[in-house]
Ligand binder design. Sequence first.
Ligand SMILES: [Zn+2]
Length: 127
Amino acid sequence: MLTVCCRICLKQINFNQMLSLFQTYKGFVIRDALLDLFNIQILPTEMVSTICKECVAKVCTVRHIRDEFIKQDERYREMLRSSPAKDDSDEEKLPDQKPDIRTDPSPTVESTTGEDKPASVEDTDST
Ligand SMILES: [Zn+2]
């Protein structure tokens, strides 16, 4: 039985379980996906240019997750754009009353002109 090495997991696997890194699988080129998702660069001159089905399945999963996350992120941004920032948060807050400058009884007491000396009792009967 002919076995080949998988470029990704490095296992020796039966040849008929292998795919070429340069072939298209479920609408994407495996090599491109590896570069895109994992930053693994496969050169055309690579000695080992095969990948096992197990690894391809993993690549598929990661690709799927990434697509999903990106899509959700776009939806999120869309939501932010379409809903104007709601600002009616005055339900709990009491109308914020500024403490008015209280009209105190005016501190400038102007009625101190009259001398309030205790009336000097001078009418002593010293006559
Ligand atoms: Zn593998």
